[in-house]
Design a protein around this ligand. Structure first.
Ligand SMILES: Cc1cc2nc3c(=O)[nH]c(=O)nc-3n(C[C@H](O)[C@H](O)[C@H](O)COP(=O)(O)O)c2cc1C
Length: 177
């Protein structure tokens, strides 16, 4: 069995996916990885919007593009045609605006999801840009995100259509012994 450290080292952001849906049991297991996320003060306040509806994922991407256009920010070529890279699964993670640790909790959930995805040879990518969906009240309503909640993080998963090598990572560390 692959060791967790090997999975951590093997993970790389995947930005091209096969047009192939994920089986239900795989999505269930991905959400089990999310369930076991630690949260500050054990509040467990994260809400997961698990989206497999292709049209809705494209609509969410269009919301991000519209928000950037509003701010006169050009869409970088890598984000075309979709900020979600046409992945078959988009998970948007929302949490209470008044929870100071919501971004940290959500980032831990994304890492759990990405490492589980890597362990079963799925691709995944953290999508911070999903936060721009907040500029679109209609989309927020469609995703059932209440007014006291905000988008804290998002992640896509799917069968990879590219095989990026893990990026070399530096480690700034001082040991005090
Ligand atoms: C907080 C955060 C937000 C990110 N947002 C995006 C994003 O919106 N779109 C994207 O393609 N990648 C996004 N990424 C992925 C990073 O670009 C990626 O992790 C980084 O380039 C290192 O590559 P690696 O994941 O392959 O190690 C994000 C990563 C983090 C940690």
């Amino acid at each position: 069995m692959e060791q967790i450290l090997d999975i951590i080292k093997r993970r790389a952001s995947v930005r091209a996916y096969l047009d192939k849906p994920l089986p239900e049991e795989v999505i269930t297991n991905i959400m089990e990885a999310a369930r076991h996320t630690p949260t500050a003060r054990n509040l467990q306040e994260l809400e997961y919007k698990v989206i497999t509806n292709k049209a809705l994922i494209q609509k969410a991407s269009d919301s991000v593009a519209a928000a950037l256009a509003e701010q006169d920010r050009p869409v970088q070529p890598k984000y075309r045609p979709s900020f979600f890279y046409s992945a078959p699964l988009l998970i948007i993670i929302a949490g209470p605006r008044d929870n100071y640790w919501v971004n940290t909790d959500a980032a831990l959930a994304v890492q759990n999801i990405m490492l589980y995805a890597t362990s079963i040879d799925l691709g995944s990518c953290f999508i911070g840009m999903a936060r721009f969906i907040e500029s679109d009240p209609k989309m927020i309503e469609e995703l059932h995100i209440a007014g006291d909640m905000r988008i804290a993080a998002a992640v896509v998963c799917g069968y990879p259509n590219e095989n990026p090598a893990p990026i070399e990572k530096i480690l700034n560390v001082e040991f005090f012994t």
